[in-house]
Design a protein around this ligand. Structure first.
Ligand code: GUN
Length: 290
């Protein structure tokens, strides 16, 4: 079987067009969504990510405030910036780009962001709500994976889902989201014995480890769905995922490419979270006025 290629670029473009429509509707009601993106230092990859986020805001009509701080910014100064953004009426979502310079404490920054502006979904309150199945902000990459599955018509009910990677930002939340859709979820990681056997049994494989082509195509069960979150640059300059794409696509029923699979979804989900934050904050404000 040759797999359907899950086109993250097209699915992301469709979601962004819908976001732009929703922004127009909100503005007609006098509500203007706003996102703050904070970058500390000059990490080149982070600069590209932040530029893309600001551009996506411009394209969809979301107001964005880009705050650039020097690499030597102190923890206190960064927390003061977050605190100011927490109080700003025109800012509905706050994203502090990671990684931060080594002297800064990322966990303390995450916890300082007001939970109802936590569009990254990294705050312990957001994660706790995800665990107990309450409405929350889901971090952008796992949320994007779920949209790709939904748009590809993959029903997770009763399926065996294998998640490889147990990071707080991707592996753990995506496993919880699959569980919420009644999948039987197995988390695999660096200490898992017999990883190939786990993958062979999976109806859906979600890989987020950051190791080029570590999942071999012949591990994939005939007809399985493969979601590859990895983006790895090889020495020859090629970008590859965590899955051996050419061999895996011969066995899978559907597979995400790298690039052009999960990657394009994350910014669309960030914009969706920003709209969700905007709507929730406005509902609360109106509720308070009654
Ligand atoms: N750095 C790489 N990905 C992300 C992300 O999703 N959010 C933040 N805040 N930083 C990142």
């Amino acid at each position: 079987m040759a797999a359907t290629i899950i086109d993250g670029k097209a699915i992301s473009a469709k979601r962004r067009a819908r976001i732009a429509e929703r922004v127009t509707e909100l503005k007609a009601r006098g509500i203007s969504p706003g996102l703050a993106v904070v970058i500390v230092g000059e990490d080149p990859a982070s600069q590209v990510y932040v530029r893309n986020k600001v551009k996506a805001c411009e394209e969809t009509g979301v107001f964005s405030a880009k705050i650039v701080l020097p690499a030597e910014t102190t923890q206190e100064a960064l927390l003061a910036v977050v605190e100011e953004l927490n109080g700003r009426e025109d800012i509905n979502g706050i994203l502090v780009q990671f990684p931060l310079p080594a002297h800064l404490d990322e966990d303390a920054v995450i916890e300082a962001i007001r939970a109802d502006k936590d569009v990254d979904g990294f705050h312990p309150e957001s994660i706790g709500r995800l665990v107990v199945g309450k409405e929350t902000f889901v971090s952008c990459t796992p949320a994007g994976v779920m949209v790709l599955l939904e748009e590809s018509g993959v029903d997770l009910n009763g399926k065996d889902v294998v998640v490889i990677g147990r990071s707080n930002n991707v592996g753990k939340p995506v496993g919880l989201l699959a569980l919420a859709q009644n999948a039987t979820v197995t988390f695999c990681h660096s200490r898992t014995t017999d990883l190939p056997d786990h993958v062979r049994a999976a109806d859906v494989v979600i890989v987020a480890v950051g190791r080029p082509e570590m999942v071999k195509g012949d591990w994939i069960k005939e007809g399985a769905v493969v979601i590859d979150v990895g983006i790895n640059r090889l020495e020859d300059g090629r970008l590859v995922g965590d899955v051996e794409f050419e061999t895996a696509r011969q066995r899978a029923s559907a597979i995400t490419p790298v690039p052009g699979g999960v990657g394009p979804m994350t910014i669309a989900m960030l914009l969706e979270n920003t709209l969700t934050a905007t709507v929730r904050q406005n509902e609360r404000k109106q509720g308070g006025l009654r």
